[in-house]
Design a protein around this ligand. Structure first.
Ligand code: MRU
Length: 351
């Protein structure tokens, strides 16, 4: 729908999501360090999109070596590849898709490191495949999740788990899109998602572009709309799902899950299998990114609190598995107990 990221003539082109909805501008990135900076600075964000950016960034890093002395020498390549992967993976710690994508690229590197021209082609092909696959996976997540909704439902979502956060279509918003495509009249309530406003700036924008009814609320209004029975389901994305189902997602997600439980509203997580991290037993092991306090103290250059105020700015929180009604994946809809459901996933075992 929107070319959030693409490979074009040996460069990586990204939609600059920091400027939305005011401006639709694309950045052309010519080095893996520029791609790394774009991930860190939120030009591109959302777990699957970060994974795709990582894959293209690594392919670009290896392509940058063309014409340099000795790219064919295995030791040289190995050293450079390690540096490229480190630069890309040290950008944002929480979304596991970043590390998953890097591991996929590493496997391609190991297979073809003896032949530099072939290695370049194969890495690019792997990044493009990952990009295409993510779109297809979102379509399936959407179809699987739409079976949980009913005509007339209002869905509360948080942050942006839409086309902008993926190769297109979205995870949580993919479920909404699939419901609309199936002929259901559904609408969305989007929390603005302080401090970065992914809900207000991105979710509202992309739903409006698609003509899907959306109402914006501030995050603190969520309890009120649930109490007023204005919400039939909460659907969010995920940055990392631990082996027991504990789920890290944008800060504020946990509060929504507690509120949903109190009001008897189903709370769904929609995510691809690549977001499930079997190596992390539970939520306590998920690294939570802390971002610059300036994001809380200012909005677009305007101070919203006294400069120098002490700020705590965790970008994500962990929703315990016990508060999640179901996890919607491309393989199937997982129900509690999630530890067992996750362990039985065929798609994860193959990877
Ligand atoms: O800080 P962000 O904007 O990268 O956070 C994004 C989220 O928390 C999304 O909900 C998550 O990555 C899922 S995107 C399909």
């Amino acid at each position: 729908m929107y070319p959030v990221i693409e490979w074009k003539d040996g460069t990586v082109v990204m939609l600059d999501q920091r400027l939305l909805p005011a401006e639709k501008k694309f950045l052309t990135l010519r080095s893996h360090l520029e791609v790394a900076r774009s991930i860190r600075d939120m030009v591109i964000r959302g777990a699957p999109a970060i994974g795709i950016a990582a894959a293209y960034g690594i392919a670009l890093g290896v392509a940058e070596m063309a014409g340099r002395p000795e790219p064919g020498r295995t030791g040289f390549l190995q050293e450079r590849f390690r540096e490229i992967v480190t630069a890309i993976t040290s950008t944002r710690p929480t979304a596991v898709n970043l590390f998953w994508a890097a591991a996929r690229m590493q496997a391609v590197f190991e297979q073809h490191q003896g032949d530099y021209p072939r290695l370049r082609r194969e890495l690019l092909a792997a990044a493009e495949a990952l990009d295409r696959e993510d779109y297809e996976i979102n379509r399936v997540i959407g179809r699987n999740g739409s079976t949980l909704l009913r005509d007339g439902d209002t869905i509360l979502t948080h942050c942006n788990a839409g086309a902008l956060a993926t190769a297109g279509y979205g995870t949580a918003l993919g479920v909404v899109r699939a419901a609309v495509e199936a002929g259901m009249k559904v609408q969305v309530i989007a929390g603005e998602t302080r401090p970065y406003l992914q809900g207000a700036r991105l979710t509202v924008w992309e739903l409006q572009e698609d003509g899907i009814p959306v109402t914006l609320i501030t995050d603190s209004m969520a309890g009120h709309v649930m109490q007023k029975r204005m919400v039939q389901a909460v659907i969010v994305g995920a940055d990392r799902i631990a082996a027991n189902g504990d789920t890290a997602n944008k800060i504020g997600t946990y509060s929504l899950a507690v509120l949903a439980r109190y009001h008897g509203i189903p709370f769904y997580v929609a995510a691809p299998l690549s977001t499930i991290d079997l190596a992390t037993a539970d939520g306590a092991g998920i690294p939570i990114e802390e971002r610059d306090g300036a994001e809380v103290l200012n909005f677009r250059g305007l101070a919203t609190a006294r400069p120098g105020t002490i700020v705590y700015n965790p970008a994500f929180d962990v929703t315990p598995a016990g508060l999640i009604t179901a996890i919607i994946t491309e393989e199937n809809v997982l129900h509690p107990p999630f530890g067992e459901a996750i362990a039985s996933l065929q798609g994860l075992r193959r990877k």
